[in-house]
Design a protein around this ligand. Sequence first.
Ligand code: NDP
Ligand code: HSE
Length: 440
Amino acid sequence: MPQHTDAPTALKVALLGGGTVGSQTARILTEDADILRDRVGADLELTGIAVRDTGATRDWQADPALYTTDAEALVAGADVVIELMGGIEPARTLILRALAAGTSVVTGNKALLAQHGEELYAAAAATGAQLSFEAAVAGAIPILRPLRDSLGGDRVTRVMGIANGTTNFILDRMDSEGADFDDALAEAQRLGYAEADPTADVEGHDAAAKAAILATIAFGAPYTLDQVAVAGITAITAEDNAAAAEAGYVIKLLAIAERGRAADGAEGAVLRVHPTLLPREHPLASVRGAFNAVFVEAENAGELMFYGPGAGGAPTASAVMGDVVSIAQRIVRGGPARLRTPVTALPALDPAEAHTSFMVVLRAADQPGVLRRVAGVFEEHGVSIETLRQVPSEREDAPGASLRLITHRARQRDLDATVEALAALDVVHEVASVLRVEGN
Ligand code: NDP
Ligand code: HSE
């Protein structure tokens, strides 16, 4: 596409945040300025970096004169705003201000998008400004654009992703090296994968925000964090890992967005995040360390997997810069902003309607009739058992047997009722864990 005759020769880029991702974004804007100029057709001029502490030591140090605490002034003079501060405020207000002025924004702020996405999309649509957020899901992996554009002529039925690098790193270390949870988390923090508050990672909220964003792009309706059923990885025990490994599975924290049906048959979307047992041969099972992968099922394309670095400064900055270049090219060459166009508006369904298999670990008395009574509870609730293994309990405080059951696919609601009834059986000491199984 030719440039306009009055195309700008330089675009002012305001960077809000100079932390893990912001530093690397500043580095690329500075070190790769020539390459970027060639691709865009104009200079990308970094006008400032908004931070809290202008004197702090950075992963990559920009010209000291660029650091400022006056984010508002930076936004006011910008052609493109890059928001990498994180958190809700002041990020939300600054982005709204930019969009209201017709200034396009690139952000990696999944927490903000999953809580206030609809407001932000509406603000962008009102002025025709672009709001891009490829970095918000799965770090460097191009997933949102393929979901929206490349699969724009298909019907996505399910998106299932390892979308949080920190938890995948921790689970991988626990599974492969028997590492301690806290040590693995500390290393993930040191490597720059974890959120400022790592609770968001380990409790599943970061992955839930990504599930909401993936569903928004895949199903064309703005979903929010509160529509995602969330369970994190803090309750995963060594026994869960052992039981999973023994049955040929590996435990991964998955973010899942899928089409489903409500009890009355109406179509909707079910969004959930939880530790999940995957068969060791499933493509997602081989995703190690802080890598992410998103497994997409579409009616015509079939099964696709997108894989790559899911966190960290430089990988995430790569996704940020992809959005920046795309926006800058459009400003220079002209043409309308690409707006998010809802195709279908699938309502979010009650996650209790989701169907999966489950692994249930029980501690029970080791005496005649126990298996019959346990199996009877599953039968009463219409939940079919696929495999059952009994091993002696290793816990001195809970002698007896440890029963490890894997079910056929069942409705979450029916499984919940089964678990409640199992816990009430006098021969069951404890329902030690309930984990979903996918991909078998
Ligand atoms: P950091 O905590 O490393 O950096 C945040 C930056 O924003 C810091 O430079 C901080 O300033 C600045 N900042 C925060 N609040 C304010 C404020 N009120 N006013 C001015 N400056 C402020 O975060 P990350 O770089 O890790 O993450 C940035 C965003 O990218 C987040 O939304 C995160 O979820 C997202 N993201 C992060 C990934 C990662 O791997 N780290 C991957 C994908 C997305 P100062 O340095 O002075 O404290
Ligand atoms: N804390 C996030 C993670 C960063 O660990 O995946 C990437 O979004």
